[in-house]
Design a protein around this ligand. Structure first.
Ligand SMILES: [Zn+2]
Length: 267
């Protein structure tokens, strides 16, 4: 075999190998990249993908559980990188759990509630440093108020690849509202975000985790694909309603964070 013949042999072998590998990838269901049966966090038929829930990224005020200090947040983001976790978008998560998209190994979603301005100041720059994306659930009536995002901040975040979704207009307990009130909170917030930011809003976080069957019916009618709760859980399955997705409340310390993300700690 001359030089050219050898080159052709190597090239055709490589093409063959690539076709073989791409065939394998296509036939792998999403959960192949998941913990195997010998892994202590393996649960048959369940997809392990913690959604980490944050509220304020700012110096802690007393024992307020909704504050994660900026230095701890930076440590948490670095830990994800150092331990080879893959921060994925909510859309990818949704397509992986409820569709056929392949999730990467060790998937994690970053979710931020309430549109607090300290998220823009203290979380977004750290996330951009690592190339992480996150989902920000916005209370539309509070945009431009002191302590909350401005529309300009939100526009900039959209450009940076952040995902902006609804947390209603006024942050009510949706489970206590009638159908008309649910419809107002869910449709108005969606419309305002879409028209101001030129995006498509398909996901909601329930304020205070409150919802009813009326809320879910309205969400479906309005074209929302998912809604996240404040019920703790790192596992997901197609059989579980996409309108009852579990999340993990993240505290301002590394030990519980590592416990939650690795699955050693459940609540
Ligand atoms: Zn909230």
């Amino acid at each position: 075999m001359g030089y050219w013949g050898f080159y052709k042999f190597v090239a055709s072998s490589l093409v063959g190998l690539m076709l073989y590998v791409s065939g394998l990838v296509q036939t792998f269901p999403a959960r192949m990249a998941q913990p195997g049966p010998n892994d202590p966090i393996y649960k048959e038929g369940m997809i392990y993908a913690p959604i980490l829930m944050y509220h304020h990224i700012a110096p802690k005020i007393g024992d307020n559980p909704y504050y994660v200090s900026p230095d701890i947040f930076a440590q948490q983001m670095a830990w994800l990188k150092d331990n080879h976790y893959n921060v994925i978008s909510l859309e990818k998560f949704y397509n992986g759990v409820y569709g056929n998209e392949l999730l990467p190994e060790k998937p994690v979603v970053l979710a931020f509630d309430d549109g607090n301005r300290d998220q823009y100041t203290n979380a977004v720059p750290v996330m951009k440093k690592y190339g992480y994306t996150g989902t920000f659930y916005i209370i539309t009536n509070n945009v431009n108020l002191g302590g909350y995002f401005t529309w300009d901040m939100l526009k900039e975040m959209v450009k940076d690849g952040m995902d902006i979704e609804s947390h209603t207009v006024h942050h009510p307990s949706l489970g206590t509202l009638d159908e008309t009130q649910n419809e107002y909170e869910l449709s108005k917030s969606k419309e305002v975000l879409e028209s101001k930011l030129g995006i498509s809003v398909k996901h909601l976080a329930y304020p205070g985790g409150s919802f009813s069957n009326i809320t879910i019916a309205v969400l479906k009618k309005l074209g929302y694909l998912s809604a996240t709760t404040v019920i703790h859980g790192q596992y997901h399955t197609k059989d579980q309603s996409p309108y009852k997705i579990h999340r993990m409340h993240i505290d301002s310390d590394m030990e519980s964070f590592v416990g939650f993300v690795t699955g050693r700690r459940k609540d």
